[in-house]
Design a binder for this molecule. Structure first.
Ligand code: ADP
Ligand code: MG
Length: 333
């Protein structure tokens, strides 16, 4: 059930969600779909997202009588214990912020509800229509920043904004390879993934030359688990841009000590200035993770990280030492 957060919690959250372009809209909608347990997602952009953004999911849906509430400020159905955040969203600001910036059409049907409904919102006006609809939710965002010229002027060309969206969606998909996802930008299919494992999604997004040089990693110790793929020493890059981490299923920037733990394991194996490639999903108890430090939640802090760092170091070192032949592998056909 969606409800308004209590004022003391609102003060503590103090995020000030800002939508600065199409990628921010897509991030909010994509996170909502994932929080709703969607296994299938369709995303469409027109004009790089400036003209239209559509995100459709097969998740839990929103009951007809809660559609209006969903678009209000600080309204959420998600757990709001800041010590125990398990969802991507929790501040109840995503849809509200989008609504401040654009025209929104929210169509939804929870699987158990007969018939769906669409709520159209533009500035202060809303309209509700009931009609048949597939189970799940579709959000359509149009006329982004049409009444906010300063923000519209700050945008890059549509093609560049579109590329940011492709990059963002790829990032989420890399950490959730089990999701089936299609992304279409200005009529062109950019991503078509039927759902699978890390190897399939990396092959799709980074190519088979990379995918064939990664080692699967799966480790668990006490409450910690680490899953993903990391490169054999023969594969490296002069930049760190393809070494990705999700903490409790949230794509994040690396907390520095954790990054150092991974890089240390490669130290003897890679030339100076080269970085490994890979995607890691680390799960830790929520009390070790402080998320609420940046509006997009990508900067997080580890609390009492010693045991986590030890676990990750061991897992990565173990992986690399178990594959000493990796370095001399022939080119795959
Ligand atoms: P938050 O994600 O922080 O809860 P939002 O403003 O993004 O805040 O969404 C408000 C509420 O609307 C959510 O808590 C959820 O109940 C509902 N909601 C939004 N998008 C979806 C979706 N795709 N599927 C199901 N429910 C949704
Ligand atoms: Mg949200």
């Amino acid at each position: 059930m969606i409800r308004k957060l209590p004022p003391e919690l609102i003060r503590e959250i103090a995020a000030g969600e800002v939508i600065s372009g199409p990628a921010d809209v897509v991030r909010e909608l994509l996170e909502n779909a994932l929080d709703a347990g969607a296994t299938r997602l369709y995303i469409e952009l027109w004009g790089g997202g400036l003209d239209k953004i559509v995100v459709r999911d097969n998740g839990l849906g929103i009951p007809r009588e809660e559609l209006g509430l969903a678009l209000e400020h600080h309204t959420t159905s998600k757990l709001t214990d800041l010590q125990n955040i398990r969802t991507l969203g929790f501040r109840g600001e995503g849809l509200w912020a989008i609504r401040q910036a654009a025209r929104v059409r929210l169509t939804s049907r929870p699987p158990q509800q007969l018939g769906g409904a669409t709520l159209t919102a533009f500035q202060d006006k809303t309209e509700l229509h009931e009609h048949p609809a597939p189970a799940g939710t579709q959000v359509e965002v149009t006329a982004l920043f049409c009444h906010l010229p300063a923000r519209r002027n700050a945008l890059e060309a549509p093609a560049a904004e579109g590329r940011k969206v492709v990059h963002l969606v790829s990032r989420y998909l890399l950490h959730r390879p089990e999701i089936a996802l299609r992304l279409v930008v200005d009529g062109e299919e950019k991503i078509a993934h039927a759902g699978g494992g890390f190897a399939e999604v990396i092959k799709l997004l980074w190519g088979s030359v990379v995918a064939n040089r990664l080692l699967p990693l799966e480790a668990a110790e006490g409450p910690f688990t680490l899953r993903g793929l990391l490169s054999r020493p023969e594969l490296s890059r002069p930049r760190r841009d393809r070494l990705l981490l999700a903490l409790n299923r949230r794509p994040v920037e690396w907390p520095e000590p954790l990054l150092q733990a991974v890089l240390a394991a490669y130290k003897e194996l890679l030339p100076a200035g080269q970085f490994p490639v890979g995607v890691l999903n680390l799960e830790i108890p929520t009390e070790h993770l402080l998320i609420n430090t940046s509006p997009d939640k990508s900067r997080v802090r580890l609390i009492r990280p010693e045991a986590i760092l030890g676990f990750v170091s061991q897992a990565v070192q173990g992986l690399l030492s178990a594959h000493p032949l990796a370095r001399a592998l022939p080119e795959p056909a």
